[in-house]
Design a protein around this ligand. Structure first.
Ligand code: DC
Length: 334
């Protein structure tokens, strides 16, 4: 059993505001801790003495949290306390590491838990996804592989046998897209139409189609909206092409990771070979260069180093060297 802490604030002491703040806080705690209501044993609320119009426990029940035992109490009237504050302590059955959640005005109570995003952009094969995974694990935060999302869109178009990848053929697919990003044992799973496609989307033919489809505005708008929502809910490392320049221009830490195209082709070759794919090195290099060209020449949110992103050329660096360089840069900034 684990204990999860959270807090939020309301502007005014009204039942509507309390209902909305409590609903938001509990939903965020469940989402960030990947908890279902059934896994919660009890929710204990306390609120500052200036809240009188509704018990937070009642608001939680009204928000649909009927399974766990609920309890509310009022805190003493303490001078200097953050006004209109609702605190919660949740006991839940979970094996996952705990994430405490502080929202709205209460975010300042726990500056050490402040949410942050690390943007890692760069061309294919630069090593950014390996670095992103290790970095996220070291910080115990989420890793979002945004390339997987574009790959899933490409796979959808391939499955639907779209004649030509263009706005008018792809837009209807985007409007009805059933794409979910889930995490199991800390690993990202890409679920398309209810099926786990995490492995299929790595196929070389999907890579080329992903580069092509990711140039479309209707695709990028949909994916960027999902990425921003995920990043707004928790600290995370995101890797992609336009994270620092477009998706999260306000990201706290930004890096642009690159390497020479021959080095990148060799890395992809080794990776694909190890997975049993029959690939040709020269062909891979041509494809990587073609993808670089597609990704950086497209008009909408192209691959580009954000002005404030730290440039890391990994051609002659090991993963460990890249990781410690990035970690050093992060520590210098905090
Ligand atoms: O990183 P990757 O190779 O899995 O990405 C697949 C394609 O998706 C890549 O060619 C460009 C595109 N992409 C993008 O346009 N923007 C992102 N944030 C991530 C990937």
């Amino acid at each position: 059993m684990k204990a999860i802490r959270g807090a939020t604030t309301v502007e005014q002491d009204t039942p509507q505001e309390i209902r909305s703040a409590v609903g938001e806080l509990l939903t965020q705690i469940c989402r960030q801790n990947r908890l279902s209501e059934e896994e919660i044993l009890c929710i204990l609320f306390s609120n500052t003495a200036d809240i009188r119009s509704l018990y937070p426990a009642k608001a939680a029940r009204e928000a649909g949290f009927t399974h766990p035992a609920l309890y509310s109490s009022a805190e003493p009237d303490i001078e200097g306390a953050l006004p209109h504050c609702l605190r919660v302590l949740i006991f839940a059955e979970t094996q996952e590491p705990v994430r405490h959640v502080y929202l709205r005005g209460a975010a300042n109570l726990r500056k050490d838990l402040k949410k942050y995003s690390v943007a890692l952009d760069g061309p294919a094969g630069s090593g950014k996804s390996t670095v992103a995974k290790l970095l996220a694990a070291a910080h115990n935060i989420l890793y979002l592989d945004t390339g997987a999302m574009y790959r899933a869109c490409a796979l959808k178009a391939m499955k639907e046998r779209v004649s030509k990848i263009e706005e008018k053929t792809v837009l209807p697919l985007m409007q009805s897209l059933d794409l979910r990003i889930e995490y199991r044992d800390g690993k990202q799973h890409t679920i398309l139409d209810g099926e786990d496609v995490s492995e299929t989307i790595r196929r070389p033919e999907v890579s080329m189609a992903a580069s092509e489809i990711s140039a479309l505005k209707c695709v990028r708008e949909k994916m960027v909206e999902m990425q921003r929502r995920i990043a707004s809910e928790q600290s995370c490392v995101l890797d992609g092409r336009d994270i620092g320049s477009f998706v999260l221009p306000q990201a706290e830490f930004k890096f642009y990771i690159t390497a020479r195209s021959d080095v990148r082709a060799r890395r992809r070759y080794d990776e694909l070979k190890a997975k049993g794919f029959d690939v040709d090195l020269a062909q891979l290099q041509r494809e990587i260069e073609q993808r670089d060209e597609n990704d950086s020449k497209r008009t909408f949110a192209p691959l580009r180093r954000a002005e404030d992103a730290v440039l890391v050329d990994t051609s002659e660096m090991t993963i460990d060297e890249v990781l410690s360089y990035i970690e050093k840069k992060i520590q210098e900034k905090v």
